[in-house]
Design a protein around this ligand. Structure first.
Ligand code: MD3
Ligand code: FE
Length: 204
C-alpha cells in the first residue's frame, strides 16, 4: 500500500492473476445482460471514446440530457445486474466505509480511448470514497487538485491495481491520458477495463 497524497491510496497488484481472471469472467457475464453502451456529452451529444456499463442498484449514464445515476440500462431498460461478490469484497477491504456501494461503473477502453480531466461530483455522499480496480492494459492516470489549474502528477495503473480516493482526495481532478499498447495479456484483444465502486446516495 502506498499513500500518493492525503486521501489517495494505491494498492499495486491488489488482485493476483487468478483473481483478475475471475473478475474478467464476472464482467463478461455482466456485459451479456447489460451490454456496453456509448455515453454522449450533455448538450453536444459528442460520443465518449470510452464505452460503459454498470452493475449494482444504480448506474452512471450520460446523454444529451446530462449526467445522472439511474436504476436501468439506457438501451435495454432493464435493471443493472448485481455486483459480483468479488467487487463487494474489494469495497469491504478497501473503502473503510460502513455501508455497501450502490453503484459500480465499468469503463471499457479500446487501445486509443482516453478520458479527459474531470471531477466525480454526481454523487450525494462525498463521505464515501471511490474505489477503482483496473484490468488489462496499463493506463497513464493523471490526477491533480481541487482546482482544474492545480499541478498534476501521473501514475501508471496496471492490471490488478486498486486505487482509493477518499477524504481530501474525493473531489480531485483526474483522467486517463492514454493506454500502453499490449502491456497486458489479460484481455485477448487488448484494451482496459476499470471498475469504480461508489456510494451514491446518503445512507438511510
Ligand atoms: C479520483 N475513471 O469513471 S479510475 C471515472 O480509469 C474515472 O476509468 C477512470 O475517472 C478510469 O469517473 C479513473 C480512478 C478514479 C476513479 C474515481 C475517482 C479516480 C478518482 C473519484 C474521485 C477522485
Ligand atoms: Fe472519474
Amino acid at each position: 500500500m502506498l499513500t500518493l497524497a492525503p486521501g489517495l491510496t494505491y494498492y499495486p497488484d491488489y488482485l493476483n492473476r487468478p483473481a483478475q481472471e475471475r473478475l474478467l469472467q464476472a464482467l463478461r457475464e455482466i456485459t451479456r445482460d447489460a451490454p456496453l453502451f456509448t455515453p454522449r456529452m450533455p448538450r453536444t451529444g459528442k460520443p465518449f471514446s470510452v464505452r460503459m456499463t454498470n452493475c449494482g442498484p444504480l448506474g452512471w449514464v450520460s446523454d444529451v440530457e446530462g449526467y445522472r445515476y439511474q436504476p436501468m440500462h439506457p438501451d435495454t431498460g432493464r435493471p443493472w445486474p448485481a455486483m459480483p461478490d468479488q467487487v463487494l469484497a474489494a469495497w469491504d477491504s478497501l473503502s473503510g466505509y460502513s455501508h455497501p456501494p450502490d453503484a459500480c461503473l465499468i469503463n471499457f477502453y479500446e487501445p486509443s480511448a482516453r478520458m479527459g480531466l474531470h471531477q466525480d461530483k454526481d454523487e450525494e455522499e462525498f463521505a464515501a470514497p471511490v474505489v477503482s480496480l483496473s484490468l488489462g492494459d496499463t493506463a497513464l492516470f493523471r490526477y491533480g487538485g481541487l482546482d482544474r489549474k492545480d499541478p498534476t502528477k501521473s501514475v501508471r495503473l496496471r492490471s490488478g491495481d486498486a486505487i482509493v480516493f477518499g477524504g481530501p482526495a474525493r473531489l480531485i481532478y483526474h483522467g486517463i491520458d492514454r493506454l500502453m499498447a499490449a502491456s497486458s495479456d489479460l484481455l485477448p484483444q487488448g484494451g482496459r477495463l476499470n471498475l469504480t465502486l461508489r456510494k451514491v446516495g446518503k445512507p438511510l
